[in-house]
Design a protein around this ligand. Structure first.
Ligand code: UDP
Length: 463
C-alpha cells in the first residue's frame, strides 16, 4: 500500500465551503507529499458549477459524491438552509463510513477534515482512527467567539439580544448581543442547539484550520494559540477564475473606466434587499456621483434567499429600480442582474472600492486585491465581521442603518464619496495595500500561512 498520507475532506453541500476547502487541498498537495479525496454529500445530481471545480483539480485530489439524501424533500416547507445542510450531513454518515472504508483499503488514510456542519462526523473519524480536523471558513474572531459560547450559554438565562452588557470576544472586540452571529440569536431554535453542540466539540479536535492569516488577526490568533493547534492557512480564495475570451459584460465595461474609479456593490451569493432599501441604495449611488458596478437581485423582504446551495445565474427584469435610474446613470454605472465574476471584478484595475455584505469570502477576496470596503452586513456572522472590519482591522467604512434598519440614501452618498475621495477612504486604501502585500507574503515560501500548513503536514505524518 502507498505510504503517502491521504486525507479525506468533507465539505458541507453548497459552494461556499467547497471552494476554500478545495483550495486548501490544492495547497497541501502542491507543497507537501500528501494526497486528498473530497467527499461530497448530495441531494441529487451535482450542479455543473460544482463538477467543473472538482474536475479542474490536480490529479492527486480525487472526489466522491455520496448517494443523494432525497429525504431532505420531506422536511417541513421553510426549513432554513443551515438545518437542511445539517440534516443532509447527518443522513450521509453511513455512506461516509462506506467511502472511508474504501479509501482506507486503497490509501494511507490519516485524517478527516470537515466544516462546522460536519461535526457529527467526529465519531466516524474516531471509528477509523483518523485525526479529526475542523476547517473553519470564517475568521479567527468568529472562532474565538465559538470557543466562549459554551460558557456564555451557561452564564446567560435570557436571549443574548437582551443582554444589558456587551459580549467580549477574547483577542477581539465586544459585541452587542443582537450583533452576534445568526445561529445564536434564538436559543430555543434548532440552529442554536446545533451550533452550541459544535462549540462544545471544539476541544475534541486534533486541530483547526482557519481561512485567515496571522498578519490580519494577529492578536486573536495569539489568544487562540493557547487553546490548541490552530492553523491560520489563508487567505484561500478561488484561484481558477475564467480568463477566457467570453469575458463578462461587467469586465468589458470596467475596461473603459479610469483606474480605481469604480465601487463594486454586491451582497454575496444570496443577499437581497427590500424594495425600499434598493431605492435608497440606487438614489445614494446616483447622488454620490461616483462610478459604480452594482450586482443587483430582485427585492426580497428577507435578507437572504434560497440560492444557498448553488450559485444563481438567472436573469431578472430591472423594473424594480427607481424610475429613470438606469437612463440617468448610464454614464456613471453599470447594473448587472444576480451574479457577476466578483474576483475578476475586484482584481480589475478600474475597481477602487467594494460595498460588501461582509461575507468572509468576499472580505478575503477584497483583501487579496487590496480593495477598500464599505461594510453593509445582512445576516450570518456578517454583523460581527462588519464590527471587526471597521473598529479593529481598519478594512472598511460603515454604512450605518437607521432605527428602522434602513441605510438611507444620504448615508450611502456620504460613505461612498468618503471611501472613493475622502481622507478616511485614503487611510483604508493604504491599509488594504499593505494587507495585500502581507497576504501575498503569508502564502509564499516561508510566509506565515505556508509555515502553518507545514506544521499541519508534520502533524499528519505522525499517524
Ligand atoms: N460571488 C460571485 N459573484 C457574485 C456574488 C458572489 O462570484 O455575484 C462569490 C464571491 O466572489 C464569493 C462568494 O460568492 O466567493 C460569496 O461568499 P461570501 O462568503 O462572501 O458570502 P455568502 O455568499 O456566503 O454570503
Amino acid at each position: 500500500m502507498e505510504k503517502t498520507p491521504h486525507i479525506a475532506i468533507l465539505p458541507s453541500p453548497g459552494m461556499g465551503h467547497l471552494i476554500p476547502m478545495a483550495e486548501f487541498a490544492k495547497q497541501l498537495v502542491h507543497h507537501h507529499h500528501i494526497s486528498a479525496t473530497i467527499i461530497i454529500p448530495t441531494t441529487g445530481p451535482p450542479p455543473k458549477v460544482q463538477t467543473s471545480i472538482l474536475e479542474s483539480l490536480p490529479e492527486n485530489i480525487h472526489h466522491i459524491f455520496l448517494p443523494p439524501v432525497t429525504e431532505v424533500a420531506t422536511l417541513p416547507p421553510g426549513t432554513r438552509p443551515e438545518i437542511q445542510v445539517f440534516f443532509i450531513i447527518q443522513s450521509s454518515l453511513s455512506s461516509l463510513r462506506d467511502a472511508l472504508t474504501s479509501l482506507k483499503s486503497k490509501t494511507h488514510l490519516v485524517a478527516l477534515v470537515f466544516d462546522m456542519f460536519g461535526h457529527d462526523s467526529i465519531e466516524v473519524a474516531q471509528e477509523f482512527n483518523l485525526f479529526k480536523f475542523l476547517f473553519f471558513p470564517m475568521n479567527a474572531m468568529a472562532l474565538s467567539f465559538t470557543f466562549i459560547l459554551p460558557n456564555l450559554d451557561k452564564e446567560t438565562s435570557c436571549e443574548y439580544k437582551d443582554l444589558p452588557y456587551p459580549v467580549k470576544v477574547p483577542g477581539s472586540v465586544s459585541f452587542r448581543g443582537r450583533d452576534l452571529m445568526a445561529p445564536v440569536q434564538i436559543r430555543t431554535d434548532e440552529a442554536y442547539k446545533g451550533y452550541l453542540q459544535f462549540s462544545k466539540r471544539l476541544t475534541f479536535l486534533d486541530g483547526i484550520l482557519v481561512n485567515s492569516f496571522h498578519e490580519l488577526e494577529a492578536e486573536t490568533f495569539r489568544v487562540l494559540s493557547t487553546v490548541g493547534p490552530i492553523y491560520p492557512i489563508g487567505p484561500l480564495i478561488r484561484s481558477d477564475t475564467n480568463n477566457g475570451s467570453d469575458r463578462h459584460e461587467s469586465l468589458k465595461w470596467l475596461d473603459h473606466q479610469p483606474t480605481k474609479s469604480v465601487v463594486l456593490v454586491s451582497f454575496g451569493s444570496g443577499g437581497t434587499l427590500s424594495l425600499d432599501q434598493i431605492h435608497e441604495l440606487a438614489n445614494g449611488l446616483e447622488t454620490s456621483g461616483q462610478r459604480f458596478l452594482w450586482i443587483v437581485r430582485s427585492p426580497n423582504e428577507k435578507a437572504s434567499n434560497a440560492s444557498f446551495f448553488t450559485a444563481s445565474s438567472q436573469t431578472e427584469s430591472l423594473g424594480f429600480l427607481p424610475q429613470g435610474f438606469l437612463t440617468r446613470t448610464k454614464n456613471q454605472g453599470l447594473v448587472v442582474t444576480s451574479w457577476g465574476p466578483q474576483i475578476e471584478i475586484l482584481s480589475h484595475g478600474a475597481t477602487g472600492g467594494f460595498l460588501t455584505h461582509c461575507g468572509w469570502n468576499s472580505v478575503l477576496e477584497s483583501v487579496v486585491h487590496g480593495v477598500p470596503m464599505i461594510a453593509w452586513p445582512l445576516y450570518a456572522e456578517q454583523h460581527m465581521n462588519a464590527k471587526v472590519m471597521t473598529e479593529s482591522l481598519s478594512l472598511a467604512l460603515r454604512a450605518e442603518s437607521d432605527d428602522c434598519g434602513i441605510v438611507r440614501k444620504e448615508v450611502i452618498e456620504k460613505v461612498v464619496k468618503e471611501l472613493m475621495e475622502g481622507d478616511e477612504g485614503k487611510k483604508i486604501s493604504k491599509r488594504l495595500n499593505e494587507l495585500k502585500v502581507a497576504a501575498m507574503k503569508a502564502l509564499s515560501d516561508g510566509g506565515s500561512s505556508m509555515e502553518s500548513l507545514s506544521k499541519f503536514a508534520v502533524q499528519l505524518m505522525k499517524k
